[in-house]
Design a protein around this ligand. Structure first.
Ligand SMILES: Cc1ncc(COP(=O)(O)O)c(C=O)c1O
Length: 397
């Protein structure tokens, strides 16, 4: 057998803060000021990093699939070649150290207590399946009683709602939806609706086993006061809280210890410049169920803990999960790192949203302080968009 593979050389432009081990733990998710890059990325360099984008299309939808710069794609291609050059050596010697490097970078980025709290999975949809599967087994194995409640926001993502129904409602849960108004006016309004829905869920002494809370909903796009809602869940005796933060890293500061949920997932391929598909799932190591979570795809790592199970789900391309450090290097080439990027994105998107709303005589779907890097703007009446089907028609033409 050949010698163990080492991570491929980094030929990305040099920055001072190397490979993700020295990010601030503030946790604004940005580099510490002393470690800021020497030269801020230029406009020409940004254009070169995204020269593979279709020049004929002005991309305004970063929220669905994100975007990945050329320097990160190049690092990903080096990992792919390393794998294909000597698959046995890669799988048995290179893969796990590479994944550990990425997990350590994520742990530092989000303020995890320990790298063992961080698993890398494909996407937020997979993370939701992991949590919902555990809840379903809790019903099947009698830890939860038929009719115990699961609470979710009305604004929850469609696939996550379906996951709750496919796994948890099917296993016996009562699903209670938090009916959020549209447009939402304030964080206080969300908190009030959440409290009222918890009262409904707890009616007649029913136990609330799981609350599923978004950090940033996508349609409509709203930053949810997630930390406050987690505190309410603790006060009201909710067993555990899963935060679907598919959009959070790169749009809002993330400190998983401060937020205090049991399970917290964010994609890295939406707003953090990783290639599709990579997300993390954080589980508190002192949490009661972290050790009972399993990846829905069972492999020979079954029983060795979620981070290990997630790191080997059969033969596949793991390269997106191996370039988290290079994505961190990329964001740190910008003034203020990821914090600077998200501040500028927020300012720009609000400016553009207001401009469109004014031109079309419509309104924004949420107040600016509840927007990150996404904004919802009412479409002009002449387009006749009154339903999801109408919206799809406009999207596709
Ligand atoms: C709030 C929310 N949750 C989950 C997801 C699913 O993300 P993914 O498709 O990467 O699994 C999305 C996707 O846009 C989302 O907006």
């Amino acid at each position: 057998m050949a010698s163990p593979p080492t991570p491929p050389p980094d030929d990305a432009p040099a920055v001072e803060n190397g490979h993700g081990h020295d990010h601030d733990h503030g946790n604004g998710n940005g580099p510490s000021p002393a470690k800021r890059p020497r030269a801020v990325i230029s406009a020409a360099e940004i254009r070169a990093e995204f020269a593979h984008h279709d020049a004929a299309v002005a991309r305004v939808n970063n929220g669905s699939f994100g975007c990945c710069p050329a320097s990160v794609l190049a690092a990903q291609a080096r990992w792919q070649r390393l794998f294909l050059a000597q698959p046995d050596d890669f799988y048995f010697h290179g893969l796990q150290p590479g994944l550990l490097r990425s997990r350590a970078a994520v742990a530092a980025l989000v303020g995890a207590a320990d790298v063992s709290e961080v698993s890398l999975v494909d996407n937020a949809t997979t993370a939701a399946a992991i949590v919902m599967q555990h809840a379903a087994w809790s019903f099947a194995e009698g830890r939860f009683a038929r009719g115990d409640a699961v609470v979710m926001l009305h604004y929850a993502y469609g696939a996550v709602k379906k996951s709750i129904h496919a796994y948890v409602a099917r296993a016996g849960a009562t699903v209670v939806e938090v009916p959020l108004p549209f447009p939402v006016s304030s964080a206080e309004a969300i908190i009030a609706e959440f409290r009222a829905a918890l009262d409904v869920a707890k009616a007649g002494g029913r136990r609330v086993r799981l609350a599923v809370i978004d950090h940033i909903t996508s349609m409509p796009s709203v930053i949810i006061p997630v930390k406050e809602l987690v505190v309410i869940c603790r006060q009201e005796g909710v067993d555990s809280v899963f935060v679907d933060a598919a959009h959070s890293i790169g749009q809002v500061p993330v400190d998983v210890r401060d937020i205090g949920a049991d399970f917290y997932t964010s994609n890295l391929h939406k707003w953090f410049f990783c290639p599709p598909a990579v997300a993390f799932l954080h589980t508190r190591k002192d949490g009661p169920v972290a050790a009972q979570l399993h990846h829905p795809v069972v492999s020979q790592e079954y029983g060795n803990g979620l981070p290990m199970e997630s790191g080997w789900i059969g033969t596949r391309d793991y390269s997106a999960q191996l370039v988290v450090s290079e994505a961190i290097d990329f964001v740190n080439r910008f003034e203020g790192g990821i914090e600077g990027i998200r501040t500028r994105n927020h300012e720009k998107v609000i400016e553009m949203g207001r401009m469109l709303a004014e031109a079309w005589g419509t309104f924004l779907g949420s107040p600016p302080e509840l927007c990150g890097s996404m904004v919802m703007v009412g479409m002009p009446g002449c387009l006749g968009v009154e339903s999801d089907d109408d919206a799809m028609r406009v999207r596709l033409c």
